[in-house]
Design a protein around this ligand. Sequence first.
Ligand code: FMN
Length: 201
Amino acid sequence: MNILQINASARREGANSTRVANSIVARLQAANPGASLTLRDLSGDPHPALDEAALGALFTPAEQRTPGQAARVERDDALIAEVQAADLLVLGVPMYNFGIPVQLKNWIDAIARNGVAFRYTETGPEGLLTGKKVYIALARGGRYRGTEADSQVPYLKTVLGFLGMTDLHFIYAEGLNMGPESAAQGFAQAEADLAAAIAVN
Ligand SMILES: Cc1cc2nc3c(=O)[nH]c(=O)nc-3n(C[C@H](O)[C@H](O)[C@H](O)COP(=O)(O)O)c2cc1C
């Protein structure tokens, strides 16, 4: 059993999404003794954006790449290999300006490689990163669960589903910037969501 934890907060210290993600990992490790844990810290080790140079490297045949292009593609390869090896993924995801952090977008852009993470067939797209359970720790200053302002959950369902990851469990820590009582309630709700997610599996 391999667990892959992705921390997407811009903060290395004191991140609420990381706190909830850590709590999820602790529960999963307790339920799966001996499980290995790989930590991908996108704050401490930010992944580069998908820019013109990166696209150029990806679309250059491997044997024609410059050393710089090869190194850029290898950085994406490493993230893809981590996902391929994982049985369980735990994503720590803050809400920034109603969307996902750029750190997580860069990770998604890195792993969503045509022919590796998905492919198009005559009947449509097929996700290739299958057989994985994904827990997503959502940390928010306000409360947006189930509202139209929550673009994160529909987006993550769409893009992770496109890549073959359809067994998704969203854990909500909301209202974290609305005073200490609200924050305590938000973390308690996350624990309740987690207990419910683990109980049904
Ligand atoms: C730049 C920035 C933008 C934010 N945008 C939102 C937002 O759109 N909606 C919201 O509810 N909270 C927003 N917040 C609050 C964060 O979601 C909240 O502080 C959360 O706990 C951050 O997670 P983290 O501690 O893991 O980084 C924002 C915080 C920052 C720093």
